[in-house]
Design a protein around this ligand. Structure first.
Ligand code: GCU
Length: 332
């Protein structure tokens, strides 16, 4: 039996005795990595992580597996990244924009119109030559980014009317993710950006605290935001990846052979998720339309012009400038 670290008592990794399955003399312990997720089990990222867990268990003979907690069961993303940081859980799936609170250089993928397409995003966000240093830059704070998934593109949706131009956003209180960059972006787009966790958005729109939100079609449908904000306008302003953020000790404590399997299977899971996301987004749109939501295309140029100063302001470190240049070389 391979050595395993007795992490019993440490939250985040559960040790389960499997003595009965293998007979009393060959009892061993399995490591279960707990993953916090803020969306339902139907989400492509949930399915990708589930596949990852199955493959990890299979290739480590059941010694390592994952348990996913969906629907913000463990809290909103910002809190669950903090839980991964302290080791209360092993991992959290969180929007890249939140990582700016740990290292401002994470802004680089959180800028409007920064990717040309999902294919461009795919070629960049899991390419270790481009992102390796950035993803490891928070190790001294206790976390590391172990994989990036796509979350499609983000678009504005409102309670009362569609958006065609920045003027249509005047006076509209729009929920954005918890990053100053996202607040500034929405203000430049013509609206009034209000930061909050995702779980509060539905009620906030319903009660008039907000006039709308911005997200991809999958989240718009699965969280039923169409019921309170039926006008979905393709502003396509952001294409922010989601990161699987892991407690550094849990990552480092895996024996090398397990770490290798872990990384290989995560990469496969990310590839799978990139493959299925667009299909899921199209299905979500169709279901939302059937339920009465209205989708409209938008002339992007006025929005691109409005947010251009944000990119100039935020690309202010050598690290972000280098990544930005590399990713554009990749897009050509
Ligand atoms: C998307 C993204 C999530 C994020 C959410 C949000 O759904 O995939 O990671 O939490 O948007 O708006 O908060």
């Amino acid at each position: 039996m391979k050595n395993f670290k007795n992490t019993l008592g440490l939250a985040g990794v559960s040790i389960i005795a499997l003595g009965t399955a293998f007979g009393p003399s060959s009892a061993f312990a399995a490591t279960v990595f707990e993953i916090a997720f803020n969306q339902p089990e139907t989400h492509p990222q949930y399915k990708a992580m589930e596949r990852f867990g199955e493959a990890l268990a299979e290739r480590t003979n059941g010694e390592y597996t994952v348990q996913i907690f969906p629907n913000e069961l463990l809290g909103a993303q910002k809190e669950t990244v903090e839980m991964a940081q302290t080791g209360t859980i092993a991992m959290s799936l969180a929007s890249a924009s939140l990582l700016e609170s740990w290292n401002p250089d994470f802004v680089v993928f959180n800028l409007p119109y920064v990717f040309d397409s999902i294919e461009h995003q795919k070629a960049v966000v899991n390419n270790p030559e481009i992102v390796g240093d950035l993803y490891n830059s928070v190790a001294d704070q206790g976390i590391v980014v172990v994989a990036a998934f796509t979350a499609g593109s983000r678009n504005v949706y409102l309670k009362d009317h569609p958006v065609h131009t920045p003027e249509d956003l005047a006076g509209q209180k729009i929920r954005v993710m918890q990053s100053q960059t996202n607040i500034d972006m929405m203000n430049m787009m013509g609206g009034n950006g209000i930061a909050m966790g995702q779980g509060e958005v539905y009620t906030a729109i319903q009660t008039g605290v907000l006039d709308g939100g911005e997200n991809n079609e999958v989240t718009y449908w699965s969280l039923k935001h169409l019921e309170v904000a039926p006008y979905f306008s393709y502003t396509q302003h952001l294409m922010i990846p989601d990161y699987l953020v892991m407690n550094i000790d849990y990552f480092e404590d895996m024996p090398d052979d397990v770490k290798q399997i872990f990384i290989e299977e995560l990469q496969k899971a990310a590839d799978y998720e990139f493959e299925v996301f667009a299909e899921d987004a199209a299905k979500s749109r169709a279901l939302a339309e059937e339920a009465g939501a209205q989708f409209n295309e938008v002339d992007l140029q006025p929005f691109r012009d409005a947010v251009r100063p944000l990119t100039e302001q935020k690309l202010n470190s050598d690290v972000t400038k280098k990544i930005y240049d590399q990713m554009h070389a990749q897009g050509e």
